[in-house]
Design a protein around this ligand. Structure first.
Ligand code: NA7
Length: 492
């Protein structure tokens, strides 16, 4: 391309893959910028995680007012921790309000993204055969999207209702029947607490116990919502509450330093919660994890210990041998008879945009580059995949804080990295191989020392057993996103 042509400021053409929280954010930001974009979503409506997950008891473990876009506070939350359905409605309303729905195409699965180095464009192929051209692709395809079915024999033999938590079906019977829940992450815990109220019997199959962080849950009154509507500064005061942010900074300090006071503090809170809440010593020991607090994602609950002490709930720690027509056969030979089985067995957290085939320079396949495990420069970009960005991509911060805030900071970073392309100074940008290797080495070295790597299994670990997470403080992340290292990027 001639130098003169490049030097003109230009509006870029974007394709966003995925219509969840991060994709909607990108759409709103691009609309504000006046750039051309299409968002492709394979489902028939937006919402991502909050569309897919509809299981009983679903709440977000980030306080509702902190789990919104910074530019779109919301007065209508019913409770301190919002339900999944409320959050889905929030995203739908926000997309409408910012008038981005017209740019979204639903029922459109992106199956390939192919980089054309001559033209400096992406050719984006859809399952229906269409091909669309874009200067920039942003993958906002989510993290916890592809479900994990447990490798337990006999799943198909079960004669009752069986459902994965993330594919909830309202026809599944849960009232006045015997329900088994396999899985003890945030999801399994929330389902147990909800179904305890309606099922005749609940059996919670726990392969590993979990630490439970006690948190308050309370209703916002009509008067409070009215006050929030009249004065959004009241919402800001909650969002920006120094105590809330201090807890995030303390939490990331705890993650980074397994010998530090912060982790000891969290450990004590969770141990006290278990010791003081569960009266039966046998049940208490059944529920006691043998790994450090925070190694697996901490579970926030105000009612789990209460629920498992109700007469219609059993916690089953004996391993599962297999599933049979009438229930779950344990390794000790006992059969637990059930009418309904819920699989709260989590997600394949290393898929990201895959199975979409992404081919960068010289036909290099992202799937190959991501063997044995996905990585990205500062969690956002990949060498040899120019003009390709990820929101909530590999090795971003994870913990009990808002992924919306993370995506907003990542978007600010992307905007800065894109600025020279908008100015017409370049047509392509990607991080250098060396910068990425250096970053990834430093990141993995630090990640091994975090509490996530302190000796437990979890979806935070990659295929090689290294935590696939941001290993430094939240402030470090905020600073990195606010100040991209332009020397790491090759513009051409
Ligand atoms: P998680 O946190 O990945 O939890 C999955 C659970 O399923 C966990 O307790 C696993 O036990 C259990 N599991 C998985 N496979 C099996 C088999 N084969 N047998 C028995 N138990 C099994 O998923 P969630 O959906 O709860 O939460 C995901 C995230 O969503 C959460 O962190 C929040 O960010 C929201 P294990 O611990 O491996 O022994």
């Amino acid at each position: 391309m001639a130098e003169d042509n490049l030097k003109q400021a230009r509006t870029l053409r974007h394709i966003i893959v995925g219509g969840g929280m991060a994709g909607i954010l990108a759409a709103i930001k691009l609309k504000e910028k006046g750039e051309a974009f299409i968002l492709f979503e394979k489902a028939d409506k937006l919402g991502g995680t909050w569309r897919d997950n509809r299981y009983p008891g679903l709440t977000c473990d980030v306080p509702a007012h902190a789990y919104t876009y910074s530019f779109e506070p919301y007065a209508e939350w019913q409770k301190f921790y919002a339900t999944g359905e409320e959050i889905r409605v929030y995203f739908e309303k926000t997309a409408k309000k910012y008038d981005v729905l017209q740019h979204m195409r639903f029922g459109c699965e992106v199956t390939s993204c192919t980089w054309d180095d001559e033209k400096s464009v992406w050719q984006v192929g859809l399952a229906n055969g269409e091909v669309h051209e874009a200067d920039v692709v942003t993958a906002a395809s989510g993290v916890l999207h592809h479900v994990t079915m447990p490798d337990i024999n006999g799943l198909n033999d079960f004669q009752g209702d069986i459902v994965h938590s993330a594919r909830w079906d309202d026809r599944v019977k849960t009232d006045n029947v015997r329900v088994g829940i396999i899985g003890n992450g945030s999801t399994g815990v929330q389902i147990v607490t909800a179904l305890q109220k309606t099922a005749s019997q609940v059996v919670h199959f726990q392969r590993s116990p979990q630490w439970i962080m006690p948190v308050p849950q309370f209703d916002y009154s009509d008067e409070e919502r009215e006050a929030f509507r009249k004065d959004p500064a009241l919402i800001d005061a909650i969002r920006n509450n120094p105590d809330y942010w201090a807890s995030i900074y303390r939490f990331t300090a705890a993650i980074m330093n397994v010998d530090g006071d912060e982790l000891a503090e969290v450990q004590k809170i969770c141990e006290d919660n278990l010791n003081n809440s569960v009266t039966d010593p046998v049940l208490r020991e059944k529920l006691r994890p043998d790994y450090r607090v925070g190694c697996k994602r901490l579970i926030y609950s105000w009612c789990y210990y209460d629920a498992v002490q109700q007469p219609n709930v059993d916690v089953e720690r004996e391993g599962i041998s297999h599933i049979e027509a009438n229930g779950v056969r344990l390794k000790n030979g006992a059969l637990i008879e059930l009418d309904t089985l819920v699989l709260a067995t989590g997600f394949q957290a290393d898929r990201f945009i895959r199975p979409t085939v992404v081919l960068g320079r010289n036909g290099k396949s992202l799937d190959d580059v991501w063997q044995p495990t996905p990585t990205a420069y500062f969690a956002v970009t990949i060498p040899e995949f120019p003009n390709f960005f990820m929101l909530n991509g590999p090795s971003g911060p994870v913990g009990n804080f808002s992924l919306i805030d993370i995506a907003e900071r990542q978007w600010d970073y992307i905007e800065q990295v894109l600025a020279p392309l908008r100015a017409g100074d370049a047509a392509q940008v990607a991080p250098s191989v060396e910068a990425h290797q250096d970053f990834e080495k430093r990141r993995a070295d630090a990640a091994r020392k975090t509490v996530f790597g302190s000796g437990c299994s979890s979806w935070y670990l990659d295929a090689t057993g290294v935590p696939a997470t941001w290993p430094w403080s939240y402030q470090d992340f905020a600073d990195a996103m606010a100040n991209p290292d332009f020397d790491a990027y090759i513009y051409q």
